[in-house]
Design a binder for this molecule. Structure first.
Ligand code: UTP
Length: 291
């Protein structure tokens, strides 16, 4: 049995330029989908996969994130005084036990690989998960990371989540060079960050969930710059292939790319429609405008 995945890194140091001006003052990860910040969905996913410690790699201007996961004493007291039990219960998942959340600062936005490397002293010699909160992977029945942990328990090594994307979109992603496939699990022979049009080895794109062995930290520590002059996680992962087991699990739910404006709006509509409280009103509105 491989070592359990007890720690998860949430890289939230990005500048979120696609959401300016909102992200001038509000971190992208705090933008709400219906009524929960994006980051909460990723944390819930990690909790359902058995993760014990959440490690947020933050940056300047991300202070509201720490407030959100704190205990809001005055708010709790006032809700209690007013007998608002349902509202109080909504705060439960934001208040993890002391010590279950750690913060580390990424002092410069040098890329996703750099953000992950910033957490190396907390993850130490353990394997860990990485979740990009702006990728909302929606499958309440089989959350993405939980399914990946299942693959990890069978194969060990490294596991990433992938989805088949149209050929014309492969240049936006880390793309897998596939080996043997067994159902939804594909052996990874290589992975290429943002391949030029027409050169992608497959249409299997990495979608923001990773289970990685600690050796990746040593590779990231070399500080090699890749696409966009950033330290790329994909480039470091590529070096583990052949040395350690490496598999990709095709995600079976709905992926909402909430780093993108249209993706974010779609996520709000899709998740609102599933809800008993707001779903009927949203559906009525959409039908009213002929959708
Ligand atoms: P993105 O490529 O979406 O960048 O990062 P971004 O800055 O968040 O958003 P845009 O493109 O400017 O609108 C993917 C993930 O990697 C994190 C981001 O926070 C996001 O979760 N990231 C990226 C870092 O933590 N640090 C970085 O230096 C870069």
């Amino acid at each position: 049995m491989p070592k359990p995945i007890r720690k998860a890194i949430f890289p939230v140091g990005g500048q979120g330029t696609r959401f300016l001006p909102a992200t001038k003052a509000v971190p992208k990860e705090m933008l709400p989908v219906v009524d929960r910040p994006l980051l909460q969905y990723a944390v819930d996913e990690a909790l359902s996969a058995g993760v014990e410690q959440m490690i947020y790699v933050t940056a300047r201007g991300k202070g509201s994130l720490e407030e959100y996961f704190d205990i809001a004493g005055e708010l709790v007291a006032s809700l209690k005084a007013k007998g608002k039990a349902a509202e109080l219960a909504l705060l439960d998942s934001t208040q993890l036990a002391p010590g279950r959340i750690a913060y580390v600062r990424q002092q410069e936005p040098a890329g996703l690989g750099h953000a992950v490397w910033c957490a190396r002293l907390i993850t130490g010699d353990e394997p860990f998960a990485v979740l990009l909160p702006d990728e909302l992977l929606w499958n309440p029945a089989a959350p993405a990371l939980k399914a990946m942990v299942g693959v990890y328990e069978r194969h060990g090594g490294n596991v990433i989540s992938v989805l088949e994307v149209p050929e014309a979109h492969t240049h936006r992603y880390g793309i897998v060079d596939p080996g043997a496939a067994d159902g939804l699990v594909t052996e990874v022979k290589g992975v290429i960050e943002k391949p030029k049009a027409g050169t992608a080895p497959s249409r299997l794109a990495a979608i923001g969930r990773y289970i990685l062995q600690p050796e990746v930290m040593g590779i990231l520590g070399e500080g090699k710059r890749g696409a966009g002059n950033e330290i790329q996680l994909t480039d470091a992962m590529a070096q583990l292939i052949g040395r350690q087991p490496f598999h990709a699990l095709t995600f079976t739910g709905v992926r909402h790319d909430c780093g993108d404006k249209a993706g974010f709006i779609n996520a709000n509509i899709a998740l609102a429609l599933e809800r008993e409280d707001v779903g009927p009103a949203v559906r009525e509105y959409l039908q009213g405008v002929g959708l």
